[in-house]
Design a protein around this ligand. Structure first.
Ligand SMILES: Nc1ncnc2c1ncn2[C@@H]1O[C@H](COP(=O)(O)OP(=O)(O)OP(=O)(O)O)[C@@H](O)[C@H]1O
Length: 328
């Protein structure tokens, strides 16, 4: 199937500034914005992984993009429109947000239905009108759903599969996923990621996926966005990340992307320092290591060191323990 080409960005964030309103509906006077000077452009086909520590602002950004918080229309454009002001974007299915409140209820026949009520998987998936039967059948297969399941009698993961399946029934052009895969088993998650990749490659969809679970994601994203304290720290295509040498903490252990982990750890270390907490302390006693310090730390681990701290002749120092290496 041909990709729907469009030269215009599908997602545009231009110098976004956002503060949660206080009880009077206005930002508290003198408050620092939670999101500040945040800009990002994504195009049709992009699969963007949004990462950051707890409280970094990922959900807030996704909700703003999903039209759930009001911002000035020029700051956030989805498919060239303001998601908050243009409600047709979401109601048409072009813009789809799965996360947060959506995890607790499903929208069914115009009502929000608690996901654990006595209703069959069949009723949930066939209750949505105007769905292409082929797409529905494909999704039921992707999530390996037994249509006779009763939602109040299945496991959390099975329930989540039915729910995500329903959320994806309508074809979308921009999909915002806020950590929805936590309950899924490895197979269901892999099938979902494959389906989403196909939607981007064949239909030109754009996906932003916020998650803390990096397992199995190494080859999925086309772009990575890393945010901390409401600010954009890094946004770039994955192939660029691999090219840049000073970001090349490309040390992967099975099922784990230590580069992402090292950013989050560095952020945590800085917070610890700012709070006057001690840094991690351990040494490789009398051991001289040469070459790239990050790789030398990995070598030390491979050579049987359980934990240590590596001082390099350059500016970079690393600490490592069991399967972790992080830059100090
Ligand atoms: N409704 C709200 N009113 C005021 N502050 C809020 C509200 N929702 C979130 N915040 C604050 O905004 C900050 C960012 O929250 P957000 O949920 O966007 O972070 P996150 O990166 O998604 O975190 P997590 O990884 O834990 O889901 C947090 O400090 C949080 O306390």
């Amino acid at each position: 199937m041909a990709v729907m080409e469009s030269s215009k960005p599908t997602v545009e964030i231009n110098g976004l500034r956002f503060t949660y309103p206080g009880i009077d509906g206005h930002p508290p006077p003198g408050s620092t914005p939670l999101i500040d000077d945040f800009s990002l452009i994504l195009n049709a086909g992009d699969r963007c992984l949004l990462v950051g520590s707890n409280g970094a602002g990922k959900t807030t950004i996704l909700k703003i993009l999903g039209g759930k918080h009001m911002v000035e229309p020029h700051m956030v454009r989805v498919l060239g429109r303001s998601a908050f002001h243009d409600t047709v974007l979401a109601s048409s299915g072009d813009l789809c947000y799965l996360g947060g409140e959506w995890r607790r209820d499903v929208a069914f026949g115009g009502f929000d239905v608690p996901i654990q009520m006595d209703i069959s998987a069949e009723k949930i998936n066939f209750g949505v009108a105007g769905i292409d039967p082929q797409r529905r059948a494909e999704l039921i297969k992707v999530f390996d759903i037994d249509l006779s399941w009763r939602m109040h009698k299945v496991s959390d993961g099975q329930r989540r599969r039915v729910q995500i399946c329903m959320g994806l029934l309508k074809p979308f052009r921009v999909l915002l996923l806020d950590e929805i895969t936590v309950d899924l088993d490895v197979l269901a998650r892999a099938n979902l990621l494959n389906f989403l990749r196909k939607e981007c490659e064949e239909q030109g969809a754009t996906i932003i996926y916020a998650t803390h679970i990096f397992d199995g994601l190494e080859k999925w994203p086309s772009h990575i966005v890393y945010m901390a304290h409401g600010k954009l720290q890094l946004a770039m295509p994955m192939d660029k990340v691999k090219e840049i040498s000073n970001l090349s903490l490309m040390i992967s252990f099975p099922g784990r992307c230590l580069k992402l982990e090292s950013w989050l750890r560095k952020e945590r270390d800085e917070e610890r320092k700012a709070c006057g907490l001690p840094e991690f302390e351990s040494q490789i006693e009398g051991s001289r290591v040469t070459g790239d310090p990050a790789r030398a730390a990995v070598r030390a681990l491979n050579n049987g060191w359980a934990a240590g701290r590596l001082h390099s002749t350059g500016e970079e120092n690393f600490v490592f323990s069991s399967n972790r290496v992080l830059r100090q």
